[in-house]
Design a protein around this ligand. Structure first.
Ligand code: ATP
Ligand code: MG
Length: 575
């Protein structure tokens, strides 16, 4: 099937960054929905659903599906349900249900009163199965799992009919009721659709509808010893909810005939239509819930909300605004062919959004002390700094300036190369929003490392006669006596290689060992310690950061969301 084709990196042409509104984009699914409306199909209604299985946290791939389903409902004045597809009793958990609800809300979507569980329909699914048996469309098979596999044939050979395929209806009914009553151990019988063992589509070779599983379900407890398969439960759940367009990812394309068969044979009132689209793949990450679960369980990351995870909880903790995710989903569009999106596009979208909204501040991540010899020891001035040059309404703030400052260690070099425009012995730089300083020398520790940089300042260079004087470099700083200690966590891509899933056997070998760097001796502007968790800020010259939930005013913690370097813009420029 198409999902098996080799993946190509899609060169997405970057549309004008106009709105964060997904509703303006037109795609092949919206065209189908519009055509159905014109043709009067589905009674002119549009009703979609987002159907997560509560066996993990949502990731950015799910965001694509959420934006699509809720977005189409919004565009066509329809409805979108949230449905937990909880037919697998052993892997599901309330923690996941709660996280999914929180994440869909955070992304900005609302299901109103329409939150459902496939497990709500167990009774009706069972009744529909009775109907299928009565009409000769389903039978109880008593072959073992191995035998069933054997009888199924291969892609090149047809399957063979099970010896139980022609059981009389009455016997099927009795056995199925006894399965439901819990009389048989796991694996002894299954209920199968009676379709065609010679079908070229393997999914149509009498697929399993029910399995015996003596397992406790997170909602129905021990009420059911049999559980429906996805292929059976999904179309009927859609029909029960009156879904008009059942949108799913490409791997279900080959299941569509079965979806249609179930709808037809179950004689449901509503006849939803399945439409497939290409799932989102991103480079430098894994996106399957099973792999993400492995990373969490093996503590390769700090949890589902580790800021390196592609989960919505991780992206949120990293500081990515929901608007940027919606904008990203609008930009990648909806296609019918598998592709891989460059994570640089996501980062670019995040930068654009944060550039608009994040106030600027100064933070020195690897500090080194500067003493301004000709600045009075007791003097403190308040200099004025613009909060956000992109947003006039953000105003200005006062920053304390004094004789002792911290600057970034890498902004000073004792023996600089030619084009080093920062601080070096005898050279000048401007301190952002403040004076021009000149390096007069350095003081060293006994071990030869630099203890402090000695400078002089030009008193006229802020508001005086030399205010317009230009020097080559501008660097950021904080006042040593006023700055506050902070921890800064620099996050990078979780995987070192572009296609960690493509390496086959051990995708975990590809984890980027430098994906997290914790800097614990940072110095930040005093105003930053009062910011609540989740606040976003641009540290000048360093990137966009957000306040981590673990942050306290005594010990503020900032996560780097993205750097300022826009590799996507470069990729676009190269064309
Ligand atoms: P995973 O492969 O990560 O385990 P899944 O498909 O099993 O995901 P579900 O909870 O069943 O996860 O997904 C809910 C919905 O989200 C489905 O309709 C599914 O098609 C869609 N979805 C899942 N992953 C992606 C993706 N990468 N891109 C777009 N849609 C996705
Ligand atoms: Mg699934």
């Amino acid at each position: 099937m198409s999902a098996q084709e080799p993946l190509t990196i899609l060169s997405v042409t970057d549309p004008e960054p106009t709105t964060t509104d997904t509703s303006t984009s037109q795609d092949f699914i919206r065209e189908i929905v519009a055509a159905d409306g014109r043709d009067g199909k589905q009674g002119g209604r549009v009703h979609t659903r987002f159907p997560p299985e509560p066996n993990g946290y949502l990731h950015i791939g799910h965001a694509k599906s959420i934006c699509l389903n809720f977005g189409i409902a919004a565009d066509f004045a329809g409805l979108c349900n949230l449905r937990f597809d909880d037919t697998n009793p052993t892997k599901e958990d309330v923690e996941f249900v709660e996280s999914i609800e929180a994440d869909v809300r955070w992304l900005g979507f609302d299901w109103g009163e329409r939150m459902f569980y496939a497990s709500d329909y167990f009774e009706r699914l069972f009744e529909h199965a009775i109907g299928l048996i009565e009409r000769g469309d389903a039978y109880v098979d008593s072959l073992t799992a191995d035998e069933i596999r054997d009888y199924r044939g291969t892609l090149t050979e047809p399957g063979r009919n099970s010896p139980y395929r022609d059981r009389p209806v009455a016997e099927n009914l009795e056995l199925f009721r006894r399965m439901r009553a819990g009389e048989f151990p796991d694996g002894t019988h299954v209920l199968r659709a009676r379709i065609d063992m010679a079908s070229p589509n393997m999914n149509m070779r009498d697929p399993t509808l029910y399995r015996i599983r003596h397992a406790t379900h997170h909602r129905t407890g021990d009420a059911w010893p049999i559980y429906p398969t996805y292929d059976y439960a999904h179309p009927i759940s859609d029909a029960i909810e009156g879904i008009t367009h059942s949108i799913c990812t490409l791997e279900f394309e080959d299941h569509r005939p079965l979806y249609e068969w179930v709808i037809e044979k179950a004689r449901t009132e509503h006849r939803p239509r399945q439409i497939e689209f290409a799932r989102l793949n991103l480079n430098y990450t894994v996106m399957s819930k099973r792999k993400l679960l492995t990373l969490v369980e093996q503590q390769r990351v700090a949890g589902w909300d580790d800021p390196r995870m592609p989960t919505l909880a991780g992206l949120r903790r990293r500081g990515v605004p929901p608007e940027a995710i919606r904008d990203f989903c609008a930009r990648i569009g909806v296609a019918k062919k598998e592709n891989v999106i460059d994570v640089a596009l996501l980062e670019h979208t995040v930068r654009e959004e944060l550039n608009r909204r994040a106030n600027r501040a100064m933070a020195v991540l690897r500090p080194i002390r500067v003493v301004i010899e000709n600045y009075p020891a007791e003097q403190v001035e308040q200099v004025s700094a613009v909060n956000n040059p992109e947003d006039q309404t953000a105003g200005v703030r006062a920053l304390p300036f004094s004789r002792e400052l911290f600057i970034e260690a890498e902004d000073f070099m004792e023996a600089p190369p030619k084009k080093f425009f920062r601080l070096a012995p005898g050279t000048e730089v401007r301190l952002r929003w403040a004076y021009i300083i000149k390096c007069e020398g350095v003081e060293k520790n006994p071990d030869g490392s630099i203890r402090e940089i000695r400078c002089s300042y030009d008193p006229g260079s802020l508001n005086g006669e030399t205010a317009q004087r230009r020097v080559k470099g501008t660097i950021h700083w904080v006042s040593a006596t006023h700055a506050r200690d902070a921890e800064v966590r620099l996050y990078d891509r979780l995987f070192a290689s572009e296609d960690p899933e493509g390496t086959g056997a051990d995708w975990q070998q590809d984890l980027n060992p430098a994906s997290l760097e914790r800097l614990t001796t940072c110095k930040v502007e005093p105003g930053l310690v009062a910011l609540p968790a989740g606040s976003q800020v641009q540290f000048e010259r360093q990137g966009y950061f957000c306040v981590d939930p673990e942050s306290t005013s005594d010990r503020p913690v900032f996560n780097r969301t993205v750097t300022l370097k826009d590799s996507w813009a470069k990729i676009q420029a190269r064309g």
